[in-house]
Design a protein. Structure first.
Length: 261
């Protein structure tokens, strides 16, 4: 298994930057993200309804470039985690993790023995070249385990979740977390700001990375300044719309043309 660029970055104390894919199931998306300098791309199964076959195509095309393809699976069910990894994901992001016990179960599903209980299944034989034991050992090192902190309960269990061996990133599900705190979408609220600080501190104390996504470049800078080290800058549809709007607005302004009503 090749080196996971995103994991290598955070393990060295650096940052890892990438994007989400929620709309365009394009086989060119990973290549585009890699050429833009992204270390990772997250293919989202939780909110898109993308099938296993769709994910399989996206992961297969990701093998052509040096990027870490990750899959946000719909649930913490071991089967779903195992399928995503067998198809070529270099990590899984798991939503709604509320306890250390759940986090341990996710690690077990993502790691081969002796670190976990994942069943051996690899589509492409060139991944192991006949050295199954070596492949399993390497896969355990290169597979990223990302657990999402999205509820008040998760915050109560935060230190225990962060301390689970094999967890690499605590990822903030910012909309769901604010909703759980009774402040939906209010990202300037003191309770949310305090939660972000606690998450970063828990990650720092356990030598792992805090992760989050944002569509705002200014917010991304602020989050990196706060100590987040695994950051997705936008998702495919928003990035396209933003780039298109910037170009169209510039062209209209240069010619004194008014935007359509």
């Amino acid at each position: 298994m090749r080196t996971n660029r995103a994991l290598a970055a955070i393990r060295s104390g650096d940052i890892a930057l990438g994007m989400f894919a929620l709309e365009f199931a394009s086989t060119g998306l990973a290549r585009t993200a890699a050429s833009a300098g992204a270390e990772f791309i997250v293919f989202d199964q939780e909110h898109t309804g993308w099938t296993t076959e769709t994910i399989r195509q996206l992961l297969a095309s990701s093998r052509a470039v040096d990027i870490a393809p990750l899959v946000r699976v719909p649930t913490s069910a071991p089967h779903g985690i195992g399928v995503a990894l067998a198809l070529g994901a270099m990590g899984v992001m798991v939503p709604m993790v509320n306890s250390a016990a759940e986090a341990r179960g996710i690690v077990a599903a993502a790691k081969y023995p002796p670190e976990g209980a994942r069943g051996f299944a690899v589509l492409y034989e060139d991944e192991h070249g006949g050295d199954v034991e070596g492949y399993m050992r390497n896969a355990n090192h290169e597979i990223a385990v990302i657990v999402m902190i999205e509820t008040r309960q998760a915050l109560a269990e935060l230190d225990d979740i962060a301390a689970v061996p094999g967890v690499d990133v605590l990822w903030v599900g910012h909309y769901d977390l604010t909703a759980s705190l009774g402040i939906a979408g209010r990202f300037d609220h003191p309770d949310y700001v305090a939660a972000l600080r606690r998450i970063v501190e828990a990650c720092q104390a356990n030598g792992i990375a805090a992760g989050i996504s944002t569509d705002s470049l200014a917010d991304a800078h602020a989050l990196l300044d706060q100590g987040f080290r695994f950051v997705a800058y936008g998702h495919d549809l928003v990035l396209l719309r933003t780039a298109l709007r910037t170009g169209i607005d510039d062209l209209r302004a240069a010619r004194g043309a008014a935007a359509p009503a």
